[in-house]
Design a protein around this ligand. Structure first.
Ligand SMILES: [Cu+2]
Length: 175
């Protein structure tokens, strides 16, 4: 069979593109430092979260020192704020430390995304979203709700302050 040279070039280019697409999707799924959010966070009653009687740390959300090199941040997302995170209660965590965010919703579906990082999850009422990360750069990061959650969705945000590990004082940030 005679295949024209032009055909061979375009065939080659098309195969390269397909391989490239598969490579980028694979990297975005299982690449270094990337992990998918699964259902390991468990379930919780959204009504109880709203009433503050879950019997868990979500009744008094904030940053909890889990061990020498790990903190756990309990966050409640609700129309239209993160507790803690929004307003004058930024989430304060140490750098170079494993930080596990446990986020749940008291009402509708929200998003939890920390700018300049790959921390990004949906927050579904009845579920606890769990994301673990290490911040190696100090500074203030933005926190945004990226799932439309109601009329004031665009105002739902907050901040995460990452402080040097030796300056971090364990404290509960809650309201
Ligand atoms: Cu929201």
């Amino acid at each position: 069979m005679q295949v024209h040279n032009f055909e061979k070039v375009w065939l080659g280019a098309a195969i390269l593109l397909i391989v490239g697409f598969i490579a980028t999707i694979s990297y975005g799924t299982v690449g270094a430092g990337i992990s998918m959010v699964d259902d390991s966070g468990g379930q919780i009653s959204a009504q109880a979260v709203q009433n503050g009687n879950t019997g868990t740390q979500f009744d008094d959300p904030g940053v909890v020192q889990a061990s020498e090199d790990q903190v756990v941040v309990y966050v409640v997302a609700q129309q239209f704020q993160f507790r803690p995170g929004s307003g004058d209660t930024p989430i304060r965590v140490p750098a170079d430390t494993r930080v596990t965010f446990k986020v749940t919703s008291a009402d509708v579906v929200h998003g939890f995304s920390i700018t300049e990082t790959n921390i990004n999850t949906m927050v579904i009422p009845g579920q606890v979203a769990e994301v673990t990360a290490v911040f190696d750069e100090t500074g203030t990061y933005g926190l945004v709700c990226h799932e439309y959650c109601g009329a004031a969705h665009h105002t739902m945000g907050g901040s995460v302050e990452v402080v040097p590990k030796d300056q971090y004082e364990p404290q509960e940030v809650s309201n």
